[in-house]
Design a protein around this ligand. Structure first.
Ligand code: AMP
Ligand code: MG
Length: 397
């Protein structure tokens, strides 16, 4: 059995971002730039007023001087003429400053009557002027290739006149859920059957990782049906199959992979829950077989599949989203496998996330999962971890 790190290395082996497409900026939040996105304009794009007031020549200003008013410039307009010495033009915030003017006399410091305006004091050049290009110049890289288009970057690109960006294609994830025992969400209970939750969780987690989901629904434990679903599911970038990767007589997933020419890369990882995790490839398609226990599915998705999706979507450094935290009670890995313990997570007085493992632990303990905020990770080699020991945590939100 291999370690989590060895398994991740095999998943990432040769894994490159998907091709690129140009999309409107309005739909690009969270996507990854495939080419550097450059500012199309200087910012500010022209000399602008930072105040409501009067555009003036600073050299003309002194207490009591009368400057003759020569029309005005509203936001969105451009002054028709150069501002001559001894004159002033009314401007609103954000308006283009007339040529010749080099300062803004704010309304609060101005007295206007009889077509003239008198400053209360002398102004230095550049007072309340936002100079063209003082923020950045056209051609500045606002989002390097490989960077996530976060909201700050989207805002900057919008201001910088960019309407379209080149981003990596979103991975297309095909999902098959196996199990003859599975009841649909909210269905009335039936003897011997349980309610399906893995399909829902994979859909939610996949959406959060930026994948496009193609849902093949639930397939009963039948060899032919499983093979047909797998063949159809291999059409995308990633195929995820929930359940059926163990060695029971009703586990048809591995034979179906074999029948469809999917090459096994690994089966079984030293992770708890999630030991029967399966991974293989057919051509460019990554194929993940998730153990069916609900907690195994969630942990294995977060540890192996989510980073792969983020890599395909273009992120350079896609690793599992672990954060530093601290245990409040002792804990240890079991079975020699790195153990993900359901835990409540609270910020301690020093801001560090404090993880308190739930009393009930187990890959089927969905009730205990519901009492938690995610997982604390007890590494396989760490032995007994004392209360207060630093641990990685995986937050589920
Ligand atoms: P399997 O990996 O198919 O052997 O399933 C392991 C355990 O997880 C069994 O107890 C299944 O009933 C349960 N299980 C499998 N698939 C799901 C699912 N989609 N939702 C909830 N539980 C499941
Ligand atoms: Mg099953």
């Amino acid at each position: 059995m291999i370690s989590i790190d060895e398994a991740l290395e095999l998943v990432f082996d040769g894994l490159a971002p998907l091709g690129s497409e140009r999309i409107p900026l309005a739909g690009a939040a969270g996507r990854v730039a495939a080419e550097p996105a450059l500012s199309a304009v200087d910012l500010p794009p022209f000399d602008r007023s930072a105040m409501d007031g009067y555009a003036v020549r600073a050299a003309d200003t002194a207490p009591g001087v009368q400057l003759r008013l020569v029309g005005g410039v509203a936001a969105g307009e451009v002054a028709a003429a150069v501002l001559e010495p001894g004159t002033a033009a009314r401007v609103s915030t954000g308006a283009a400053i007339p040529e010749g003017a080099d300062a803004i006399l704010q309304s609060e410091l101005a007295e206007e009557h009889d077509g003239h305006v008198a400053p209360a004091r002398a102004l230095a050049p550049d007072t309340h002027v936002r100079r063209r290009g003082e923020d950045l110049h056209a051609g500045t890289v606002l989002a390097p290739a490989g960077s996530v288009l976060t909201l700050p970057r989207i805002s900057a690109l919008a201001s910088a006149g960019v309407g379209e960006v080149a981003v990596h294609r979103r991975p297309r994830l095909h999902l098959i859920v196996t199990g003859s025992e599975l009841l649909p969400l909210g269905a009335p209970p039936e003897p011997g059957r349980i309610h399906e939750s893995n399909g829902l969780m994979v859909s939610l987690l996949a959406a959060g990782a930026g994948a496009q989901l193609v849902d093949h629904g639930v397939v009963g434990d039948d060899r032919d049906a499983t093979r047909a679903a797998v063949e159809a599911g291999l059409a995308g970038d990633v195929l995820v199959v929930s359940g059926g990767v163990s060695v029971g007589p009703h586990d048809h997933v591995k034979p179906a992979f074999e029948d469809c020419g999917v090459e096994e890369v690994f089966w079984r990882v030293r992770i708890k829950p999630g030991k029967p995790m399966w991974f293989g490839r057919r051509g460019e398609t990554l194929v993940f077989g998730l153990p069916g226990n609900p907690l195994s599915t969630i942990v294995c998705f977060c540890v192996f599949i989510e980073p792969a999706l983020r890599r395909l979507a273009g992120e350079r450094d896609a690793r599992p989203r672990l954060e530093p935290g601290r245990l409040t009670t002792p804990a240890r890995a079991s079975d020699g496998r790195t153990t993900y313990l359901t835990a409540s997570l609270r910020a301690g007085a020093d801001g560090v996330l404090e993880a308190t493992p739930t009393e009930r632990q187990g890959s089927h303990m969905t009730g205990a999962l519901g009492e938690s905020d995610g997982f604390a990770v007890a590494p396989e080699e760490a032995g007994e971890l004392r209360a207060g020991a630093p641990v990685d945590v995986l937050r589920l939100v």
